[in-house]
Design a protein around this ligand. Structure first.
Ligand code: ATP
Ligand code: MG
Length: 738
């Protein structure tokens, strides 16, 4: 029975909601769908519902599973819930799909042949392993790159297909498909042998374990009596299946989403998961929210007008009582440098007038666009952060240190072992390592065990035997410390010294090496912070490694006051900023040239909707008449999305450039398309068909192989000459099949 203090809290909590929001928050048992536009309080409803369930005793903290899109969002959600409840709620699972699956697998992976200590391979590790598999199969990795092959594997896994299903479903027997399927099979066997999972495996294996073992499924579905999911429009097949397995028994699944914000189709997200929710759960209670609390009416009207151009859209009418606010500023600049100068100049002006830098965000469609804006910000001495571009955990020294920890936690992890065995250099070269691996394979033992007795490895020189012996002695000693459960911070610090890593950096005497040392010090700090909050009875090292493996790029955003924020629109999902700039509003940039066919274009338009609806008070959209793209100058038409914003919502600054109005510029664009080499206007003509793996010749680039076929008649060709990969319009590019 809630006491008076908590009943007061619950009354307060409900007071901060409008009637439909309150209806969703207080909904009892059974499926719940909240389908609503941007900024209507969907995330707020989820947060309040969690606090409500717990605060009223409808669910205990450990009976709640809340899924968010990023670690950052999870952290924010937990903090908000704690604020609403007035106390900590440690036991609650608020996390991303990947983190929740990883945590489940720590307990149950043994049923699939893994141990608790399995390693999580990030994209780069996975790619390296794919390369090794391709090498082993004798496949030419210049023609069939590990990146392209891994992409196919990942895509298949997210559709819950294994190597054989991939081979069957693709229906093609080109060299590419065959190589992918072979590599896929070998890759899976290797992962299992090394007791490792890639990111996709976390989801796939979590589904497998629930699907195969009734008792596991029963345990989780009775443990998590309430499952809540934010950004549901971006779930893919494997995520959908996982939720279904968890919730089919009690059906307490609450999802929130906005079909207009589905922007991960290219990664296999399936908007039907949202649109067909009522079919999957016929008894679901549906709540629609229409009042937007984020933006001015001008910004909302612009967003509504743009999204109305999509055919497949559930109609939603958003309104706000924030008033009209300022008109949207649209500027057409000469080139990307002028664009950056304009954006940065405006930022300076706004800051002079009292805005905080932290209130300002600059969005762009592709990562590469950030550089010029960054340069300009640096020159004007404005501090900023780039979300999603940060590389702390990708730096070589950080990855080395983590690889050491990974081997100490899981000695079967060959990839990490290979990474560190000669880093810093200790005279154990590629050849020696190859001999050890070969010996391990022959004897059917692990590389770790083979290395532990170097004298018995045939063909290993005395120097190598000695170095390897010393290395293994040290590793065994460190492993003992792991078993004694010394804090990770201490373990890391001593391993960095005992392995000679720090000494080697010091010996370099370069600024760069100094920076690396500082980065490692920062990592020790990360470990100490972790130690301070780690729970007693956990496998701390594994949990620590898992946490690090899951820190996605987009999550490195820090909350420092006074930083202008730069990011791609994809990373901006769910966030809000008082002042927003959207740069690069040009055809070919945004909408992206890769996405100019129908389905692709609608996803680009949803991305425009996401971008616009992040803005609270002020919105700028800029374009450049010419722009350097990969060293060549491109002359882009202004983006169609600019013309879809009603004229009267804008400030009409550059009259000469924009006076032509909607109809004129549409006609002009049609004309431009007809003569342009990237036309989509004639997409009903049959395009010459290419298949994965086709050998082709290009008039300028020479011989190549088709490594991708995309919607809209686009083929991706990898050229043998310079190893470059280019996207070409099959219909227009001077390529022929050989
Ligand atoms: P998105 O679609 O972008 O994810 P959302 O629907 O999740 O948006 P929220 O982020 O939850 O929307 O809310 C948008 C803003 O409106 C937030 O600042 C939130 O605090 C505020 N807000 C939502 N509902 C209310 C309300 N009833 N009263 C006051 N503020 C509210
Ligand atoms: Mg939200």
């Amino acid at each position: 029975m809630p006491d008076t203090a908590s009943s007061d809290r619950i009354a307060d909590l409900l007071a901060g909601l409008n009637p439909p929001q309150r209806e969703a928050v207080t909904h009892g048992e059974g499926p719940l769908l909240i389908l609503a536009g941007a900024g209507t309080g969907k995330t707020r409803v989820l947060t309040h519902r969690i606090a409500y369930l717990e605060g009223t005793g409808m669910a205990r903290a450990n009976e709640i599973l809340a899924i968010t899109f990023t670690n950052k969002a999870a952290q924010e959600m937990r903090e908000r819930v704690e604020l609403l409840l007035g106390r900590r709620t440690r036991a609650m699972w608020v996390m991303t799909f990947h983190a929740a699956c990883a945590r489940m697998l720590r307990a149950d992976a043994h049923r699939l042949g893994y141990t608790r200590q399995f390693t999580i391979y990030d994209q780069a590790d996975a790619r390296r392993l794919v390369k090794r598999c391709l090498d082993e199969l004798g496949v030419d990795t210049k023609r069939f790159t590990p990146g392209a092959v891994h992409h196919q594997i990942s895509d298949a896994k997210n559709k819950l297909r294994d190597a054989e299903a991939y081979r069957r479903m693709t229906g093609d027997s080109t060299a590419f498909v065959t190589h992918v399927a072979d590599a896929f099979g070998l890759y899976e066997r290797e992962l299992l042998r090394m007791n490792a999972m890639d990111f996709d495996d976390l989801l796939v294996n979590a589904v497998n374990v629930l699907q195969l073992f009734q008792d596991v499924r029963d345990r989780y579905s009775s443990a998590f009596r309430h499952v809540l999911v934010d950004e549901y429009q971006d779930t893919n097949a494997v995520q959908y299946r996982w939720l279904q397995l968890l919730a089919e028994e009690h059906r307490n699944l609450a999802v929130v989403g906005d079909d207009a914000q589905s922007i991960y189709g290219f990664r296999g997200a399936d908007i039907r998961n949202l649109l067909d929710f009522e079919d999957s759960f016929p008894d679901s209670h549906v709540v629609k929210l229409e009042q937007n609390y984020r933006s001015t009416q001008t910004i909302l009207s612009a967003a509504n007008a743009v999204i109305a151009h999509n055919r497949d859209q559930k109609r939603k009418s958003l309104w706000t009582n924030h008033g009209d606010g300022e008109p949207i500023r649209i500027r057409e600049l000469d080139d990307e440098h002028a664009e950056a100068r304009y954006v940065v100049g405006e930022i300076e002006r706004l800051v002079d007038e009292g805005a905080s830098r932290a209130e300002i965000a600059v969005f762009y469609r592709t990562n590469a666009q950030s550089r010029v804006i960054e340069d300009t910000l640096v020159r004007r001495d404005i501090s900023y952060q780039v979300i999603g571009g940060t590389k702390f955990y990708e730096r070589a020294e950080i990855k080395d240190a983590i690889a050491y920890l990974a081997v100490l936690g899981n000695p079967q992890d060959v990839v990490s072992f290979q990474r560190i065995v000669n880093s810093p250099r200790r005279g154990i070269g590629q050849t020696s390592l190859a001999r050890v691996s070969a010996f391990a394979d022959t004897m059917g033992i692990s590389v770790w065990d083979a290395a532990a007795d170097p004298a018995s490895v045939p063909g290993l020189g005395t120097a190598a035997v000695r170095s390897l012996g010393r290395f293994m002695d040290m590793m065994h000693a460190l492993r003992e410390r792991v078993q004694q459960r010394v804090p990770i911070g201490d373990l890391l610090e001593s391993l960095l010294h005992e392995t000679g890593y720090i000494e080697a950096l010091k010996a370099e005497r370069t600024i760069e090496a100094q920076g690396r040392e500082e980065n490692l010090a920062e990592l020790v700090e990360v470990a100490r912070e972790f130690d301070a909050t780690a729970e007693e009875d956990e496998d701390t090292l594994d949990v620590f490694l898992q946490q690090i493996a899951l820190v996605a790029d987009a999550d490195t955003r820090s909350d420092d006051e006074g930083l202008v924020t730069l990011m791609t629109i994809h990373n901006a999902k769910g966030l809000e900023y008082p002042i927003v700039f959207i740069a690069g509003m040009e055809e070919g940039v945004f909408p992206h040239s890769r996405a100019l066919d129908e389905g692709g274009l609608e996803e680009e338009r949803r991305l425009a909707y996401v971008a616009i609806t992040r803005a609270m008070r002020a919105l700028y959209m800029t374009s450049a008449r010419r722009r350097a793209v990969f060293g060549a100058t491109q002359y882009g038409m202004r983006s169609r999305f600019l013309d879809e914003v009603p004229h009267d919502l804008t400030d009409c600054a550059d009259e000469a450039g924009r006076g032509r109005g909607l109809a004129a510029s549409a006609a002009q664009r049609a004309g431009a398309w007809a003569s342009s080499s990237t036309s989509t206007a004639r997409s009903d003509e049959p395009a010459p068909s290419f298949r994965l793996g086709d050998d082709v010749a290009h008039a300028a680039f020479g011989a190549g192989v088709v490594v991708g076929v995309e919607a809209g008649g686009i083929v991706v060709v990898r050229f043998a000459g310079d190893g470059s990969e280019r996207k070409l319009m099959a219909e227009y590019a001077p390529i022929t099949r050989l």
